[in-house]
Design a protein. Structure first.
Length: 330
């Protein structure tokens, strides 16, 4: 069976100076260190039976996957931030920091990091959901007689806020590099799905845009939200805001399902254009990576594939290497 025909749909996320990829049994982050080495964080995936069942339920699976990704992704992002901070330390500070590494990933720390990731995601969604309501009511409260008109204006305001925010942060050097690694992540996945050898030269030939990207999901929540909110009426702004909060899980679930649909139709003429709004947003959230960044992305992906293959054969109890910042020896 060729790589392109494999049923697994891999995904990942950009981190500070690196990329995380999620496999069937393991999540791997590769980070480029200041001295040029690439270090790895390898974490086995241990979904509870309940989570595994919910991942198979339409609508619910989207919400579960989003929250799970937010929780687990925060740990990998923290790892990359720690690596970056360690590289900026002087030798004495680095030695003191190393003494804390053995106890760093205690159970309480892991739970705390996961909670922060989930709360950050929920807070961000609430802000992007409620602020446009207030702004639209202030600007156009008495302009439209139809609530559909208000919903459309709300969607436009939400889109403007989103695009302005993404454009603004993309101008900072660190976020620009983060978006380059985001592009490198997409290129590697596309190259793998095309079945080509994963070399920087081959990977660079592919687009930095990808249908399954979380950026596409964000765009879909704006569009799906306008449609869903138009199915309900409200009497005042407080009832309107309450509706948005109550309907948020519905919007997220439907957006996830529509994202899966657009990905499955991306090779079908005409229907492939359903995913284009999300791809357009990725023009802001991804940048063209250089070969060094692509190399890090390839290293992360290949490490993930290798460990996935090992864990398919190994006992479930077998542990991976500890989450340290020591460079992996070649």
């Amino acid at each position: 069976m060729s790589q392109a025909s494999k049923p697994v749909s891999y995904g990942g996320q950009a981190v500070i100076e690196g990329v995380m990829f999620g496999g069937k049994r393991v999540n791997v982050t590769a980070v480029r260190r200041k001295n040029g080495d690439i270090t790895f964080l390898e974490v086995t995936r241990r979904d509870s039976p309940l989570v595994s069942k919910l991942r198979r339920v339409p609508l619910l699976r989207g919400i579960v996957s989003i929250i799970d990704a937010s929780a687990k992704g925060t740990k990998h992002l923290n790892y990359s931030a720690d690596a970056y901070a360690e590289d900026e330390m002087d030798p004495e500070e680095r030695a003191a920091q190393q003494e804390k590494e053995d106890s760093k990933w205690s159970l309480s720390m892991i739970i705390g990091v996961a909670a922060i990731g989930i709360l950050s995601f929920l807070f961000g969604k609430l802000v992007l959901t409620l602020v446009p309501v207030v702004v639209e009511d202030f600007l156009f409260g008495s302009l439209f007689t139809s609530q559909i008109g208000h919903n459309l204006a709300e969607g436009v305001i939400k889109l403007i806020l989103l695009l302005t925010y993404l454009w603004g942060i993309s101008q900072t050097p660190m976020i620009k590099r983060l978006f380059q690694y985001h592009g490198a992540e997409h290129k590697v996945i596309s190259a793998y799905e095309a079945g080509v050898e994963l070399t920087p030269e081959n990977v660079q030939k592919f687009s930095r845009l990808h249908y399954r990207c979380g950026s596409s999901f964000i765009m879909l929540t704006v569009i799906i939200g306008v449609i869903v909110y138009s199915l309900f009426t409200y009497e005042n702004i407080w009832e309107r805001m309450g509706q948005r909060i109550v309907l948020l899980p519905v919007v997220l679930g439907l957006s996830f399902e529509f994202l899966k649909l657009t990905n499955s139709l991306r090779e079908v003429p005409v229907l492939r254009y359903l995913g284009y709004p999300g791809l357009w947003l990725q023009l802001l959230t991804t940048k063209e990576p250089n070969n060094d960044q692509v190399e890090v992305s390839i290293a992360s992906f290949q490490r993930m594939l290798s460990l996935d293959a090992e864990l398919e054969k190994a006992p479930v109890e077998e542990r991976l290497s500890s989450p340290s910042l020591d460079p992996v020896k070649g």
